[in-house]
Design a protein around this ligand. Structure first.
Ligand code: ATP
Length: 460
């Protein structure tokens, strides 16, 4: 049933232009996807809502947009060159490469986060775990595999040097800490936020866009006094939960999970994830919240030789701020949002009568669709074009004049368009149109001149 839901989402995404497998005409590339016209719009709406929530409407959070490729010392200082690893085993028979911790977790239903490659190897041997692809027990020992993508910089051979595609977006923020403090003199606590691509050489069982090689993150580094960290952590737990609810994710599909001591990343003293009940393997990480102490600023100060500290004018004291980091995956959000919004309504016989995406209107790719009732009546089409032109400057608006109106409603339901506006004979007489609501299917007549105010009110 739940597997079935995943297949339905993948198929809808492809058919209606949300997500396409990357470079499909060449046979594709594992764990790489492209976002079509509606997916691009949904991603943009997620990013915009996040930016408005955490940057635009907050006085003490600054936005920035850093480079994907930086001086490689950034990744040495951050610890990623040595510590950003996944434990992998190879199947000697079918050559499949497998995450050793996931193999243990999936086969034995126990947590394996934080176990060393040697510990994982021992469990895999002792329990005779099998390759999930071919069933062979002929597996290599687990060994560490660095997730950073390396590339080389320089146009002349022998003068090239290795650089990394960023494995997370936050390091841009730490290395610009001094710039932002100098430009804006922020009062602590303050945050710096960024949305952007990150790259990880991940081995995955292919759960659609849940885990991909390149993905987008929305992250905030929230700079605080050390003694405040526990309160700030709790405060962000509340804000992150509210955000997840705003996306339309059902609370019963969400939970917090604290990382065990062994599982904590090299920089973290406390981490909790918001997990979502994905249809594969039940609850999985959606977002993370980490108390990163002063690890990053201290290390960058050490590696760069620059002073990265904060002068508190109130207490007349200089110190290195500590950091609480809420981190959100954009593409993982898109998947959770689609899974939660996907709805099939059934008739009395139990047959599916309607498929719709119950997306919150501010996330829906199209806000409105405009239909001329009859496509072959020039006066109705001309009037509908006028309405369409008037709306599209303010709302992402679809035009549909193909087939009967019932079919057009179904097409818009399936992609989550909250309102459909139909122009009919009465419109020509009194300048009114029907507005049909996606969820209730109720149709109400509105004067054309009131449409914009009506939609603005519903979207805010
Ligand atoms: P996981 O345990 O799932 O590998 P992580 O703990 O390594 O995730 P973080 O480094 O905390 O992830 O990244 C922050 C967020 O970025 C995650 O909560 C998730 O939403 C998203 N994310 C991480 N890796 C990927 C990926 N490969 N593809 C898509 N989104 C990702």
């Amino acid at each position: 049933m739940t597997e079935d839901l995943m297949q339905k989402i993948v198929s809808l995404c492809k058919r209606r232009g949300f997500v396409y497998p990357n470079s499909e005409i060449y046979g594709g590339l594992s764990n790489a996807y492209d976002y079509g016209p509606l997916g691009a719009e949904l991603l943009r709406n997620i990013r915009n809502l996040w930016w408005k929530t955490f940057v635009g409407t907050r006085e003490n959070i600054y936005g920035m947009d850093g480079a994907i490729i930086s001086n490689p010392k950034v990744w040495e200082a951050s610890g990623h060159v040595t510590n950003f690893n996944d434990p992998l085993v190879d199947c000697k028979d079918c050559k499949e490469r497998i995450r050793a911790d996931h193999l243990v977790e999936d086969s034995l239903k126990i947590s394996a986060g934080g176990k060393t490659p040697a510990e994982l190897t021992e469990i895999i041997k002792e329990k005779n775990l099998k390759c999930p692809k071919c069933g062979s027990t002929n597996l290599t020992e687990a060994r560490k595999f660095n997730l950073l993508f390396k590339t080389s910089l320089g146009s002349v051979e022998n003068t090239t040097f290795d650089v990394y595609l960023r494995g997370e977006t936050d390091q841009n923020i730490y290395v610009n800490f001094k710039n932002i403090v100098d430009s804006f003199s922020p009062k602590i606590p303050f945050g710096v936020a960024q949305i952007g691509k990150a790259f990880r050489n991940e081995i995955t069982p292919g759960n659609f866009v849940f885990r991909t090689l390149e993905f987008e993150q929305m992250e905030i580094e929230y700079f605080i006094r050390e003694e405040d960290w526990e309160n700030v952590f709790e405060e962000w737990k509340g804000l992150m939960w509210e955000w997840a609810k705003e996306l339309g994710l059902e609370e019963e599909k969400l939970r917090w999970r604290a990382h065990s001591k062994e599982e904590l990343s090299h920089y973290s003293k406390r981490t909790e994830d918001i997990e979502y009940d994905f249809p594969f393997g039940s609850f999985q990480e959606l977002y993370g919240l980490a108390y990163r102490t002063d690890f990053d600023l201290t290390n960058h100060a050490k590696f760069s030789g620059q002073e990265l500290s904060y002068f508190d004018t109130k207490e007349n004291k200089r110190f290195v701020p500590h950091v609480v980091e809420p981190t959100f995956g954009v593409t993982r959000t898109l998947l959770a949002v689609l899974l939660s919004a996907f709805t099939e309504e059934k008739d009395e016989m139990g047959e599916i009568s309607r498929t719709l995406l119950k997306l919150p209107p501010n996330l829906a790719p199209y806000k409105v669709a405009v239909f001329p009732l009859m496509a072959n009546r020039p006066e109705i089409t001309a009037k509908a074009r006028e309405v369409y032109d008037g709306l599209k400057t303010n709302f992402y608006t679809a035009w549909d004049d193909a087939g009967n109106v019932g079919k057009r409603y179904r097409r818009q339901d399936e992609i989550g368009t909250p309102w459909c506006v139909t122009i009919d004979y009465q419109t020509l007489e009194d300048d009114t149109v029907t507005v049909r609501d996606r969820d209730s299917m109720e149709q109400i007549r509105f004067s054309i001149k009131d449409l914009k105010t009506h939609f603005f009110a519903l979207l805010n």
